[in-house]
Ligand binder design. Structure first.
Ligand code: SF4
Length: 250
């Protein structure tokens, strides 16, 4: 049996090792760009299930057609859906954005989320996640980018890497992973670790065929050692689902 890598002290050490190793490879990313919290929220909603490029196309088109959030709130759902079409799922994303804008206006009298700066992390996250389509990841990404909060957002890359490294439970879903990882991320380094893990997931620890031979974390990697969490087993057409497989030894 592998040594339990998820006792608090070992987990803290391993995440620190990961953060330091990734810093060595990818450097320290520049500070998050400061945009309005509402802009960041809409961008994050648009980014769900699409690329950064398509998200930016949709957001720019939205701003071009509706230069103020008041104009966007007054627009019909189909006009909003048409504006954000390039991000995909326009018929799902547009009503979510529209209903959030209406709620914000009704509840707070203006289309701004800057009042969240007065709230602590838990209060800010709770307020955002009560809305349809806004999960913990969306709330964390929004607050991390717009307000520079030290919140560790777990996306699909980070969830996969953390699973392979045994930093989260085999059955832990991305939503729950926030609670399992966040408390052990070195203070003040959540943004750096988030950005560097994305870079690592896109270039080395890729979903299919990770480049283990180029990886500095092989010795602590469950996937590389053949101990693959259930939620990360790769099912290929024709293969038996959940079949235990060994990662290539590089
Ligand atoms: S050894 Fe391979 S699977 Fe493990 S973290 Fe590195 S690249 Fe990912």
């Amino acid at each position: 049996m592998p040594r339990n890598s998820r006792t608090p002290s070992i987990l803290r050490q391993r995440i620190l090792r990961l953060a330091d190793g990734l810093r060595e490879r990818f450097g320290i990313p520049g500070c998050p760009r400061r945009v309005s919290i509402l802009d960041a929220l809409v961008q994050t909603l648009l980014s769900q299930g699409t690329t950064d490029h398509n998200r930016d196309l949709a957001f720019n088109e939205l701003k071009k057609r509706f230069p103020s959030w008041e104009a966007a709130a007054d627009a019909t759902q189909s006009a909003l859906a048409s504006a954000v079409r390039s991000a995909g799922l326009g018929n799902q994303k547009a009503p979510r954005i529209r209903s959030f804008l209406h709620w914000l206006c009704d509840e707070h009298g203006e289309l701004s989320l800057e009042f969240l700066s007065e709230k602590n992390d838990t209060q800010a996250v709770d307020l955002l996640t009560q809305h349809k389509g806004i999960g913990i990841k969306t709330a964390y990404v929004t607050l991390m980018w717009a307000s520079g909060r030290d919140l560790f957002a777990v996306d699909v890359h980070i969830h996969r890497i953390a699973g392979r490294l045994g930093l989260i439970g085999a059955k832990t879903n991305p939503e729950k992973a926030h609670g399992e990882l966040g408390p052990f991320v070195p203070k003040g380094r959540a943004f750096e670790l988030h950005v560097n893990m994305l870079a690592f997931g896109r270039t080395i620890c890729k979903a299919r065929s990770p480049l283990c031979g180029e990886c500095d974390f092989r010795r602590m990697c469950h996937y590389h050692r053949g101990i693959i969490p259930d939620n990360l087993r790769i099912t290929r057409p024709g293969s038996a689902r959940g079949k235990r497989r060994r990662a290539p030894k590089n």
